[in-house]
Design a protein around this ligand. Sequence first.
Ligand code: FPP
Length: 253
Amino acid sequence: MALFAPKRRPHHGPMHREDFAKLPRHVAIIMDGNGRWAKKHKLAVAMGHRQGVEALREIIRHTDDLGIEALSLYAFSTENWNRSAEEVAALMALILEFFASEIDELDAKNVRILILGEKSRLPDKQREALVRAEERTGKNTGLRLNIAINYGGRAELVRAARELALLAQSGSLDPARITERTVADHLYTRGQPDVDLLIRTSGEMRLSNFLLYQCAYAEFVFPPVLWPDFTVRDYDQALQVFGGRQRRFGGRT
Ligand code: FPP
């Protein structure tokens, strides 16, 4: 017996909120496979990332259209600095371009942008653009768009530990009163729901240090397509798979 029969839209167009029995509140995406896509098309790796940004625009739009509360994207990990200078420069250039071209539309759609990660190591221009985007959209009340740049999940936890230790040292926090919630309140994503659905494209099945604490009870979906080929239809499919999963959060049902 099928546990879940997805409602199909007749023309395979993008699905709407009411087509889903259940939608995640918070989706996280590891956009993997840009390099392999470029190789497959005999293009420079930078072109893979560029095509990846095209896919990203559509996915952000659709997330907003569906009324999902939060979307977290892994754009640049702390380990990505180990790539060639050329590739790092290409990614940095794309980040700037992305904000220059998208910020008006995102702001008009009431999207609130938050950068997850340590901005201090970024080049000045990028850092300034990111801070501007956060400030400009900081009071918006729509989709929470979290973009992880120079982000690592363990580094995020270390940072939280330091903040809490300082508060304890100064006497304003009693260590005995630290709860899971207290820790969550010291992560970049404070105030946002936990990740419900994590999508990683390209068939790789790893978390790669992304949102470690927030993904504790996340459902994982691994579409086999390379990120630049990931379409709204693939996304709808992943969301349908999520809708069919039974989440028990450690309990029994
Ligand atoms: C993984 O593919 C992807 C990345 C390391 C970068 C993802 C970045 C973007 C899609 C563009 C920049 C983002 C914004 C917000 C402007 P890979 O290169 O590891 O692929 P491979 O495993 O096939 O080599």
